[in-house]
Design a protein around this ligand. Structure first.
Ligand code: SF4
Length: 321
């Protein structure tokens, strides 16, 4: 078996809550609370959960856009948090983050070709004379044309802007792309085009993805394995088909019940979860899902379930499974 390209071990990210004149720390928001993920080369791991589950903070902590509280992030055998600034800068092109709204990270006064090419120049990856050719090549692989190179961000549609976001990541020739809700702001028909683009780029370039989404129907089409997060904690992980056929955790079942089935005669019984996701500043004791779980028993209120291997690479944290 190949070694994982990325290993996230016991990752925690707590944000301090400050209060009072002296700005004292009075508590913590436990955005990510002991997460483990291993992603093999060429794999697409889907991380799903409602808004507030901490999945985006996992992505940002991996690339060190936000610094972890504890745990390890091992990429290509190197501990990313143990690297010097120079070593980190050297490895940065190999792992790239794509955001939901690439427009917000594009300078409206900078032409798209320059925005894509600047990272190449910054990292000294190609001689200055070859930057334009490389940008044209990467634009073409993302379904854009060479004449787009001199246009400004506002001249593009939402789908085209996401293609620019992907091109900006791709130009550095990464091994791992972390895509944080990359299609959730797009129309359904455009979503399909962008997902197909992700798939095509993976096939042609051997990319590995961590694909973050609140929508299980989006990750279904792209991911080989899926992890379901709730309130900073992993509730269930399994290979895609296994998770869709045999979901074990009540939270996964509820999320899946909202995914439409393409056969009109078949209908899943919709499980509507009551209430909102609790605050990660004050998570429930025991199983974090117990305040919304239709199957909760007394034990769930005081004892956190272990994350157990159920076989077939299927892991779940629930007392009743
Ligand atoms: Fe529900 Fe209890 Fe299982 Fe948590 S441990 S998911 S509360 S049944």
């Amino acid at each position: 078996m190949s070694k994982p390209l990325l290993e996230v071990n016991n990752l925690k990210k707590y944000f301090p809550i400050k209060s009072g004149l002296l700005n004292r720390t009075v508590g913590h928001v436990r955005a990510v609370d002991d997460i483990n993920i291993a992603i093999n080369p060429g794999e697409t791991f889907g991380l799903v959960g409602e808004s507030g589950s901490g999945k985006s903070t996992v992505g940002k902590s991996i690339v060190r856009l936000t610094e972890k509280t504890s745990g390890d992030v091992i990429f290509q055998g190197q501990d990313l948090y143990g690297l010097s600034p120079q070593e980190l800068r050297k490895i940065r092109p190999r792992l790239q983050l794509i955001f939901q709204d690439p427009y917000s990270s594009l300078n409206p006064r900078v032409r798209v070709g320059d925005a894509i090419g600047e990272a190449l120049i910054d990292h000294g990856l190609v001689p200055a004379g070859e930057v334009r050719e490389r940008v044209e090549e990467v634009l073409a692989s993302c379904g854009l044309s060479s004449y787009h190179i001199d246009r400004f961000p506002h001249e593009f549609s939402g789908g085209q802007r996401q293609r620019i976001g992907i091109a900006r990541a791709l130009v550095l020739n990464p091994d791992l792309i972390i895509a944080d809700e990359p299609v959730s702001a797009l129309d359904v028909s455009i979503q399909a085009q962008i997902i197909n683009l992700f798939r095509h780029l993976q096939e042609t370039r051997g990319l590995t993805y961590l694909f973050i989404s609140h929508d299980l129907s989006v990750v279904e089409h792209l991911c080989t394995r899926i992890g379901v997060m709730y309130l900073g904690t992993m509730m269930e992980t399994a290979p895609r088909d296994e998770l869709f056929k045999n979901p074990l955790h009540p939270y996964t079942k509820a999320l899946l019940s909202a995914v439409p089935i393409p056969i009109p005669k078949l209908k899943r019984e919709r499980i509507v979860l009551k209430g909102d996701i609790p605050s990660p500043a004050n998570p429930p004791a025991g199983c974090k899902f117990h305040t919304r779980c239709p199957f909760a028993v007394e034990r769930c209120k005081s004892e956190a379930p272990q994350f157990r291997n159920m076989g077939s690479d299927h892991h779940v944290a629930c007392h009743l499974v």
